[in-house]
Design a protein around this ligand. Sequence first.
Ligand code: RB5
Length: 150
Amino acid sequence: MKIAIGCDHGGINLKPVLVDYLNKKGIEFKDFGTFTKDSCDYNDYAAPVAEAVASGEYDRGILICGTGIGMSIAANKVKGIRCAHCHDVFSAKMTRLHNNANILAMGERVIGPGLMLEIVDAFINTDFSNDERHVRRVNKIKALEEKNFK
Ligand code: RB5
């Protein structure tokens, strides 16, 4: 599995924890930045991560900002992205099982490193259920994109 990761200044303290985790697990990833505490726009990191996942180059994305909200809204503007904003393990697991979410967004000002890693673990290690009803619902999301995204 290849993972694209990114953060803004609001997620700059948690991203190194994530990097460390991915390195220790031997998971291939690319860090799209930001790399400093300087104030920046979450959009500028959500977009390349989301595009890298939408293109198929990366299997999943993980985004961190202050709340996770800006990142998730921006990432979901990229066609093909189903970005889930999760701050608990149950939601991270369910969004993989039921929504086939391909990006996880979290907020550094909301959760700590321990919970973040449990959420990441659930997100990475849970497969889409492939149940007919969930496939149908994800396909309806795709149809909505086709109708509304240029
Ligand atoms: C930055 O101050 C903050 O607005 C950003 O990290 C994020 O929380 C936006 O949704």
